[in-house]
Design a protein around this ligand. Structure first.
Ligand code: URA
Length: 238
């Protein structure tokens, strides 16, 4: 059970104060009866709520795909920097979403945000081997030796041996290479540290895929949209 005003404002139909005034005006019905108390307890999964005669569509969870820009932090709050949650509209913030895993401040690309703790847990658990695909620019020539090293699992600076990673070379020259890399883990600065392990530096990093989901190329950096039903089923089937 939840307060009526909280349910309605979380769904983006106005602030709690607005809901109070809707109730005063007799605009809100719960199960066919005009609501008299904006704080009444309602089970939103079972009750029908109407505003001005129109039934509201209740949902508990929200699932967003963002093209994360550089310069923002993958967190819900930060004392200094802007966060990915700050980029969301107030109606979406009302659901209290959080990022699924993290991208570094300077990394761009596909970031999911949700308030579904269970799905989040599954997607970030190393047990589930969720594929993450990154496009990266590297400061040196990347060659077949690196492909093999990544396939065998490189050792990071702290001695951790990575799982097998797929490295595809898109272009390669002495002062810059472009690659695609697929990993199933999400250690802190993982891709950057994997390249450091082979004496190279990542100069640009963009996540293009996560758990079979592709970054929507229509989304500019900083833009986001809700997942479609098909995208959500795909993620949940992981
Ligand atoms: N690996 C990194 O080094 N940084 C990211 O943001 C994601 C993966």
């Amino acid at each position: 059970m939840e307060r009526l005003d909280k349910i309605i404002s979380n769904l983006g139909y106005g602030s709690r104060k607005d809901v109070k005034s809707f109730v005063k005006k007799g605009l809100i019905e719960v199960d066919g009866v005009i609501a008299k108390d904006n704080g009444m307890a309602v089970d939103p999964e079972k009750s029908s709520i109407k505003i001005n005669g129109e039934e509201i569509l209740y949902r508990k969870y929200i699932y967003l795909m963002m093209n994360k820009p550089a310069g923002v932090i993958s967190a819900t709050h930060d004392n200094r920097d802007e966060t990915v949650v700050d980029l969301l509209e107030i109606d979406h913030q009302a659901f209290e979403p959080f990022p699924v895993g993290r991208l570094d401040k300077d990394t761009v690309g596909l970031l999911l945000l949700t308030n579904d703790g269970e799905l989040n847990h599954r997607l970030i658990s190393p047990k589930w081997h969720v594929d993450k695909v990154y496009y990266a620019k590297i400061d040196k020539k990347v060659d077949e030796k690196d492909v093999i090293a990544f396939k065998n699992g490189v050792a990071l600076d702290d001695g951790y041996k990575c799982l097998e990673a797929k490295l595809e070379i898109l272009s390669s020259s002495d002062d810059e290479s472009e690659v695609k890399i697929t990993i199933q883990e999400g250690k802190f600065h993982q891709v950057k540290r994997m390249f450091e392990a082979v004496n190279k530096k990542v100069t640009y990093l963009k996540r293009e895929e996560f758990g079979g989901l592709l970054l929507d190329t229509e989304l500019e950096e900083g833009e986001y949209r809700e997942l479609t039903d098909d995208e959500l089923s795909l993620l949940k089937s992981y």
